[in-house]
Design a protein around this ligand. Sequence first.
Ligand SMILES: Cc1cc2nc3c(=O)[nH]c(=O)nc-3n(C[C@H](O)[C@H](O)[C@H](O)COP(=O)(O)OP(=O)(O)OC[C@H]3O[C@@H](n4cnc5c(N)ncnc54)[C@H](O)[C@@H]3O)c2cc1C
Length: 404
Amino acid sequence: MNTDLSLSPQGTALRERLSAFLDEHFFPVEAELDAEMDALDGPEPFGPLMSELRKRARDAGLWNLFLADPALGHGLSNVDYGHLCELLGRGMWAPMVTNGNFPDTGNMEILHDHATPEQRARWLTPLFEGSIRSCFAMTEPEVASSDPTGIQTMARRAGDDWIINGHKWFISNAAGAQLCVVLACSDPGADPHLRGTMFLVPMDTPGLEIVRRIPIFGHAGGPGHAELRFHDVRVSADAVLGQPGAGFLIAQDRLGPGRIHHCMRSIGWAERAQELAVDRAATRAHQGGTLSKAQLVREMLARNRIDIDAARMLVLRAASTIDRHGKQAAYRDISIAKVHAARATQDVVDRAMQIHGALGLSDDLPLTKMWAMSRALRIGDGADEVHLMTIAKHELRRRGHDRG
Ligand SMILES: Cc1cc2nc3c(=O)[nH]c(=O)nc-3n(C[C@H](O)[C@H](O)[C@H](O)COP(=O)(O)OP(=O)(O)OC[C@H]3O[C@@H](n4cnc5c(N)ncnc54)[C@H](O)[C@@H]3O)c2cc1C
């Protein structure tokens, strides 16, 4: 395996600029931005401070960094972008400042690959420019959505139009979004992988209801994770993304690099948690010295370093496999990285909380948010067990077993 996981000269230069930008413009107002995002209730996509920071990032050329197409973005490799993602992950809203937040990035990628010229003009251009936001609706309350071939949201033809009825939940960033990319079953009699169609539905279409924002660990503010209902939502034929029946293929397409982005951002959280833990241990007065003298505290710091470094290497290896061999060839590496990074980040943040004592569990520090996000990452983008099944399947195949 000859895998170079280091940054290219272009990536290094961008990383330095991004780091300086975040230090100057983002971190000094992070708490203010948190409060503004928490109060965001739509229909506007961004509050005034976020809009101002986004303008500055765009003016500074730190915009759409995720786009691999050099004609549109910076043409960075996944390895390069992985390193930048880690930096962005240090601040909860830093990805959004650079127009690189989930789920908009994944939606832009599938629009870039599958949209018609008219769909691109209507949705992709404003998403690239950052004047709108979008959400992605696949998961449903009534069925185990780890296997999306069983989804029950139905789309039926009505002349040239389609009518969508169904129920979705945990739809991130729905409040304030203008576009909802929806996966619906359009042909229940077809082969399970050809039943689904992806639709581009304007959020203000009559019948599309945001029922509520679902509280996650007691928090329901901001763009949130919404429960949505589709009551006879009528869209025209040009709302179909790709071909009818291609919905699962497009959904699969969406999840390759996106999973790496989440994992790399999570390593940014973990590094920040470790910095807080180290500083706390080294300065907290304890038994005539500091907490860092206690061997059990040192063990936690050491374990954090091992977890973070292993996670980073696995994530960058997956990014490198995508760069060299494409998304499909990287599924095993992506699954390994996803399972390890989510778990490692959660453990690192948990130890950082422990080292802080009661303070670690308060919202005075970013640790509680990081813990919630890393816990969620073990379910979002495929639960741990789904990825473990993928990894095990590869192991069996390597030895000539399990050809199914
Ligand atoms: C914070 C957050 C944000 C999210 N944002 C979005 C979003 O924007 N859009 C969207 O569509 N969805 C979103 N989701 C939903 C997420 O994608 C789903 O929760 C995930 O795919 C799992 O589906 P489920 O909740 O229906 O769990 P289920 O499918 O019911 O699975 C429950 C559990 O069963 C086990 N399990 C499932 N399958 C297998 C298997 N094959 N083998 C062994 N065990 C298995 C796992 O332990 C799993 O956790 C979000 C979730 C969270 C937590």
